[in-house]
Design a protein around this ligand. Structure first.
Ligand code: F6R
Length: 608
């Protein structure tokens, strides 16, 4: 998604803005730009594509000045061209925007009637025109900002530079996050604390409806009614070190191989390896008392939640209702006061997940957040947080965050089972031991299956379509395998519950369609084998991912069989996620796609 940075400085800002934009790259973007005030004049530089293009432009056209704003754009309204790149400039006003101005069409029409000439196809440009109109009508910058914000609908955050007020940046937040950092005689604005980390760790987060006038030593913050307000200062823990790929070719590859360590770190928080019991939870959710659990999330995080549903229902006998957050938030779900809710999000900023959390909180439910970013909006608004401790995930395709989400959900399901008396101490100990053994199994699997996966990935990279099927917790894994493959290799892939195959999707199966069957040797293994027979009978190319016991008992001919160690059912989804990640990764390598920043995708989805 779009990223925003701003510096009200004492020394030159353009290179520092560019460096800060590089720290925002992981969010996904398709054009970028900067504006500064140089010798009293607003100047800007923009480029389509990656930041390296902007950097080249800036070599030809250096931007001087000690105040400036920068932006990485993930196109929503208007193609990702230089013309549509931010900052947008109108009459000495430069605007960068993250989010969507939902009523832009009506505002644009009204402004055009009064003679405004729009240069871009974006929704964002209305902000610059509206401000310019109010300034022409004689309002000062603060009055104009207040009036302008009253006209906007939608989710947005803004940073604005005014040529005739060259010592301040104006900023606003209504949806996507915005942090204001305090330095030594300089102030900073950023979409997240990671951006600001090299400058300062002293940050203030604006809350929805807030807007601010940021000078070089202080900030004045106002609420939506224009009243001056104070917001707490916090110390950010974001590291100033830039995360690097190390010796890996891509962040995604590095993050796949970090899994043994980060899963181990997450486990250390949630289970006690000296007693083999779940660690006591300091939680606002009393699992012993809740009657049901609502889970909501998006994308891969949703699929982790779907696996979690099987675990909570099985080990804690706790009914779970789960939905993608974009549906959950508008379904007008009748919420029982005896329910609790869990929201899962790597970034902690996903707009739909945040809105679902607010819906549940507004109805009096206790809400927990399974998050990777403890300083995110979702983390700050939840009653209780369950950090997944995966460390920064830079690759757009989620890998280590998924398996860490699963690890935390598994431990929470056991904690809930213990609290509700549905697990005996002995069962709890056995299951916790299985979890504790997991990091070394993950390491072993990652070492052992690489070459086989590379071989089959070469063949898969030629296929236009791939189906994934599984039962039980392997059903969400099938969907996750398909999601990973399509997002980074652009191959059409679908994941189905294996039992659903004959209700429609089997019509797609012929000798040209590879079907990846995820079948650990568990209580539904035999059923999945029957579905495999159905694929074989139609000449489908079977790629079986199973374990030693499954491989020994299945006699069917396959194109490839990937054999994993046999593990307990609580560990299997994490172990079986590994070949799926590696398949997606290696297929994408063969296809030569942009693995860490696949087309059209953003890491942090702050619009709905
Ligand atoms: C897919 C992927 C996305 C995210 C989704 C939710 O690999 O990463 O589907 O899982 O956008 O993001 P978070 O977890 O940040 O809420």
């Amino acid at each position: 998604m779009c990223g925003i940075v701003g510096i009200v400085g004492r020394r030159s800002v353009s290179q520092r803005l560019l460096e800060a934009l590089k720290r925002l790259e992981y969010r996904g973007y398709d054009s970028a730009g900067l504006a500064t005030i140089s010798e009293g004049t607003l100047v800007r530089c923009r480029a389509q594509g990656k930041l390296v293009n902007l950097e080249m432009r800036m070599r030809e056209q250096p931007l001087n000045g000690i105040i400036g704003i920068g932006h990485t754009r993930w196109a929503t309204h208007g193609a990702p061209t230089e013309r549509n790149a931010h900052p947008h400039m109108v009459d000495g006003i430069a605007v960068v925007h993250n989010g969507i101005i939902e009523n832009f069409a009506e505002l644009k029409a009204a402004l055009e009637e009064t003679g405004a000439n729009f240069e871009t196809d974006t929704d964002s440009e209305v902000v610059a025109h509206l401000l310019a109109k109010y300034r022409r009508e004689g309002m000062n910058s603060r009055e104009a900002m207040y009036e302008m914000l009253k006209r906007l609908r939608g989710a947005f955050c803004l940073a604005i530079l005014l040529q005739d007020d060259p010592s301040t940046i104006m900023a606003a937040r209504n949806g996507p996050p915005l942090a204001i950092g305090r330095g030594d005689g300089e102030m900073f604005i950023g979409s997240d604390p990671i951006t600001l980390a090299p400058f300062t760790n002293e940050v203030t987060y604006l809350i929805d409806g807030d807007w601010a006038i940021v000078g070089n030593t202080d900030v004045s913050i106002f609420d939506a009614r224009g009243n001056a307000v104070t917001r707490p200062r916090c110390t950010s823990t974001a590291s100033a070190d830039r995360v690097t790929k190390g010796h890996y070719s891509h962040f995604m590859e590095k993050e796949i191989h970090e899994q043994p360590d980060v899963i181990g770190r997450a486990l250390a928080r949630y289970v006690d390896s000296s007693s083999d019991l779940v660690a006591p939870l300091s939680t606002g959710i009393d699992f012993a008392k809740v009657a049901s659990l609502m889970i909501s999330a998006c994308g891969t995080a949703y699929l982790a939640g779907l696996v979690g549903k099987y675990w909570f229902e099985r080990y804690a006998r706790l009914p779970v209702e789960i939905d993608v957050a974009s549906e959950f938030r508008y379904r007008e779900i009748p919420l029982s006061p005896h329910a609790a809710a869990l929201f899962i999000s790597q970034s902690g900023e996903t707009a739909d997940t945040l809105a679902s959390l607010r819906y549940c909180k507004g109805h009096g439910l206790k809400v927990g957040a399974v998050v990777n970013t403890s300083e995110s909006t979702i983390a700050r608004e939840a009653d209780t947080i369950f950090p997944i401790l995966a460390g920064p995930e830079i690759g757009v395709a989620s890998t280590k965050a998924f398996t860490c989400q699963l690890t935390v959900l598994a431990a929470l399901a056991l904690a809930a089972g213990k609290a509700r008396g549905t697990l005996t101490a002995d069962q709890e100990r056995q299951l916790v031991k299985r979890l504790i053994d997991m990091p070394s199994i993950v390491r072993e699997v990652l070492q052992n299956i690489q070459s086989q996966i590379q071989l089959l990935s070469r063949e898969l990279s030629e296929s236009p379509h791939v189906l994934f099927i599984g039962r039980g917790t392997s059903f969400p894994l099938a969907m996750e395998g398909a999601l990973k493959l399509k997002e980074i290799s652009y191959i059409h892939a679908e994941g189905y519950a294996a039992g659903e195959l004959k209700h429609g999707p089997i019509a797609l199966v012929d000798k040209n369609v590879p079907v990846i069957i995820i079948a650990p040797y568990d209580q539904v293994f035999e059923k999945t084998v029957s579905n495999m027979q159905e694929v074989a009978a139609r000449g489908g190319q079977i790629i079986l991912i199973t374990d030693e016991r499954g491989a020994a008992s299945s006699k069917l001919e396959t194109m490839h069989t990937i054999v994993l160690p046999h593990v307990d059912e609580i560990v299997a989804p994490i172990i079986f996620a590994l070949p799926l990640q590696l398949i997606a990764y290696h297929v994408a390598v063969f296809k030569g796609t942009d693995i860490d920043q696949p087309r059209n995708l953003a890491k942090s989805v702050t619009v709905e």
